[in-house]
Ligand binder design. Sequence first.
Ligand code: CA
Length: 239
Amino acid sequence: MSTHMTTRVLIIEDETKLASLLADYCRHAGFQVIAVDRGAQGLALIRNKQADVVLLDLMLPDGDGLDICKQIRQFSSVPILITSARVDELDRLLGLELGADDYICKPFSPREVIARIKAILRRLQQPPPQDSGLLLDDQRLVLHFEQKDVALTSVEFALMAALADHPGHIRSRQQLMDRIYTDHRVVSDRTIDSHVKKLRQKLAEAFPGIHFIDSVYGAGYRLGSLKADSPEDAPDGLP
Ligand code: CA
């Protein structure tokens, strides 16, 4: 993050109406806004450290947003929120490991975009999970937190480890399945959901109110805040 007092949101979006609507909402939320309609312009601004958060459209007149995302990651860790017009692209995007921080599908409400930006900023302000006290003992299949040990099944342990290895990043159900079932057996998305449900129940009994696992609608799961705070995607009080 820069030392600027105000967060600068860079909008890379060629749909003029959408860009100006997003810009209005961002300003209303107290952010500074720079909007460009070409990927190359966006890249130049990020190189010059003019952005604290990037909203990146995937279909731009001068190229594929995925390429731009990859190029950004070669020199910058600026948070990127990808906007995609297709829900069915999401799993593919997640599988590509592009290093984006979040994904949102069009049509979206600008309010939801603001909530996602704020969630990204909050995650950046949180201490890294190695300082959170969460320990996963793979010898004993035990989750250790706040002076307590909780015994996990091997599947639950693999799930938790997959999320904890990538704090702040969404893991798709497919990625979680790949991690858990190394024998390539065919399981459905619901299998993951039911394991997550059981794991949450187990952890909720041991640590009431602590957020270990966030659900990201339409995308997958993410390591939670490991705190007893309100859910990240709560409404932010916009008009
Ligand atoms: Ca576009």
